[in-house]
Design a protein around this ligand. Structure first.
Ligand code: DP6
Length: 326
């Protein structure tokens, strides 16, 4: 009754910011993302009749009480669905800094869901796995399917699921994740999103998203990178405009964030097809095609304030592996 799963983080090109139902973590809008090869979580889950309580540990770090409780609640949902009462030991390992965006919770809950059900011998459809991952952290549902995923907002829990639109090898898109601050973000995504309704810009954002979804999926189909990039950058700036106009306002950017954004714009003006997107934190994802990655990487050498750079290609989805962490 032990299983291990690996799940990728994902970067959203059309972003999720705001819930229709807080408890079910159903979103206010559809979103679209790409799984990342360079930011992954491995989780081993073991259920055992001798365990008297759930134990949740992180390799090279510690979960806060709140985070551990969120994982335990995830285990509870898995047990309920699988018809088990056994307690579990969970060990998890990330290849990237926790809190450096929403990445850790997305890959974390995707890995927990796949490993948890596998450890109890319960086989679910990919669709149902995405729903269970979503209940842990919304964006985690997009880390289950392979490659490029759509998360439909749906009208209830069952219809709010994610699926793969294209496999990882469909288009050689790169995400150069520029880390300017490894610390945990100050306002968690869950807390930040709760106030989304106070932004006067929310209605305009929700009205614009269906058009943006259609546009980016068309660009994807035609592999029209300039259109693809324009739309993803526009959606990023729009989400941050909503965040910054909430009450109280949330500004996730730092000086270094703005420096990187300026750098991308200058690079683009010099003829490189490059765009940026930013989640709920100060780190910047530079999006380009494979052919331009070396040039972008080289250009970053002169920028101050960069702590680490993670180079990502499109990744497959969450899956089990036979090597366990304990
Ligand atoms: C800005 O999925 O972390 O990264 O459902 O409350 O756990 P919870 O939120 P989470 O939010 C991700 C927000 C985002 C945009 C995105 O990934 O779509």
């Amino acid at each position: 009754m032990k299983a291990t799963a690996v799940a990728p983080a994902n970067i959203a090109f059309i972003k999720y910011w705001g819930k229709a139902d807080e408890a079910l973590r159903t979103p206010l809008n559809d979103s679209f993302s790409m799984n990342l090869t360079g930011a992954q979580t491995t989780t081993t889950v073991a259920f055992d009749p001798s365990f008297t309580s759930d134990k949740v540990e992180l390799v090279g770090g510690v979960f806060s009480d709140e985070e551990a409780l969120r994982v335990t609640r995830g285990l509870e949902r898995i047990r309920q669905r699988a018809g088990s009462t056994l307690k579990a030991m969970v060990l998890t390992k990330n290849t990237f800094p926790k809190g450096a965006g929403s990445a850790a919770s997305a890959s974390g809950f995707a890995a927990l869901t796949v490993a948890g059900f596998s450890a109890l011998g319960t086989t679910l459809s990919e669709k149902e796995l995405t729903v269970f991952a979503r209940l842990g952290s919304g964006s985690a549902c997009r880390s289950i399917p392979s490659g490029f995923a759509v998360w439909e907002k749906g009208i209830d829990s069952e219809s709010s699921y994610a699926y793969s639109l294209y496999p990882a090898d469909y288009w050689d898109i790169r995400d150069i994740l520029v880390i300017v601050d490894k610390r945990m973000k100050k306002v968690s995504t869950s807390d930040g999103m709760e106030q989304v309704g106070t932004s006067p810009k929310l209605a305009a954002r929700l009205a614009a998203i269906p058009g943006r979804m259609t546009g980016i999926l068309e660009a994807m189909k035609k592999k029209d990178f300039a259109r693809f990039g324009r739309i993803l950058e526009e959606d990023c700036l729009d989400m941050h405009a909503v965040m910054q106009s909430q009450v109280p306002p949330i500004r996730y950017w730092s000086d270094a964030t703005e420096r990187i954004m300026d750098h991308v714009i200058l690079l683009r003006e010099s003829g490189v097809s490059i765009y940026f997107t930013i989640d709920a934190g100060p780190n910047v994802h530079l999006i380009c095609e494979g052919k331009d990655e070396a040039r972008v990487a080289q250009s970053l050498a002169s920028i101050t304030g960069i702590e680490e750079i993670i180079y990502n290609k499109p990744a497959g989805g969450a899956h089990t592996i036979t090597e366990h962490l304990f």
